[in-house]
Design a protein around this ligand. Structure first.
Ligand code: 2AM
Ligand code: CA
Ligand code: CA
Ligand code: CA
Length: 267
């Protein structure tokens, strides 16, 4: 690994480890919990504290780098930043609030728009999912093998039941659910991408995600031979809020056909 990349990866892991210590204690009874756009769209003071820690560390160690984080309101990096950190301070906040497992810190580092480093840390399980472009992907320092094809009828898909309440999206979810072996909902998009890379899921679909939800996951998917597409069944060409579907090789082509046939309005 190039020295600069190795340093960046090491520091990013250090920042994640430091941030994770803030989340290891249970939420206090009087903790501030607010909902944003709907009842399952929560933010706590810990989401803000973790993001604030990343802002301080990245600014201190890599002052030229841009930062895009969920809780700061900026959806795009400042102009002129070659390297950008996409940070989801807690992915799976609803799980965090309800004291379940399955919440992660997700950090994707991109250079000129290309994914370079992805780190997804499951705080309660103490599982590090990480990847460096061209170098591979790891789970707790053990290299993850490239994924191979899985038949639809043997595939386990990550899918959130919330999407069943929307007309056009309902159709896509019903069609997939009918054709795959089974579905699971972990409630943490970044973790579900990591699970596809690590062989625990064979596909994952979500109808609306932001850059910080998918940036790190994309690097893990690429390094394990998996792929991702929009829920319209086309290539991902922006960092906008959009629906994303990920799958192991082979199954991705089947998934694309399903998505194109079932059809979701471009919104
Ligand atoms: P979050 O926990 O960081 O908010 C299931 O809700 C998954 O979808 C989580 O990974 C959640 O991320 C993500 N998500 C993205 N946009 C969301 C929204 N508007 N409301 C709820 N969850 C959202
Ligand atoms: Ca959120
Ligand atoms: Ca998220
Ligand atoms: Ca979040």
């Amino acid at each position: 690994m190039e020295q600069d990349t190795a340093y960046l990866y090491e520091q990013a892991c250090n920042f994640v480890a430091e941030a994770s210590r803030l989340l290891e204690k249970p939420l206090q009874e009087n903790a501030l919990i607010e909902s944003k756009r709907n009842v399952d769209d929560l933010v706590t003071e810990m989401d803000r504290a973790v993001e604030e820690l990343f802002r301080r560390r990245v600014t201190e160690y890599f002052p030229a780098h841009g930062i895009v984080g969920e809780e700061s309101g900026e959806k795009a990096p400042k102009n002129g930043c070659e390297t950008v950190w996409y940070i989801d301070p807690i992915d799976g906040t609803t799980n965090f609030v309800h004291q379940h497992h399955f919440f992660v810190i997700s950090v994707g580092i991109y250079e000129e728009g290309h994914g370079k480093i992805g780190i997804i840390y499951d705080v309660m399980q103490q599982e590090w999912f990480s990847a460096v472009r061209g170098e591979g992907a790891w789970l707790n320092n053990k290299e993850l093998p490239k994924r191979s094809s899985v038949k639809p009828e043997e595939a386990i898909f990550g899918l959130n039941g919330r999407w069943l309440i929307y007309g056009d999206k309902q159709q896509v979810c019903r069609n997939l659910t009918a054709k795959v072996r089974s579905t699971r909902c972990y409630g943490a998009a970044a973790l579900e991408f990591a699970y596809v890379a690590a062989g625990r899921l064979d596909g994952y679909i979500s109808m609306k995600l932001s850059s910080w939800d998918y940036a790190a996951g994309f690097v893990l998917l690429e390094e394990t031979g998996c792929s991702y597409q929009t829920v319209q069944g086309g290539p991902v060409i922006s960092f906008n809020e959009q629906g994303i579907a990920a799958a192991v090789p082979g199954l991705d082509l089947w998934l694309q056909k399903q998505l194109q046939e079932t059809g979701i309005d471009k919104k």
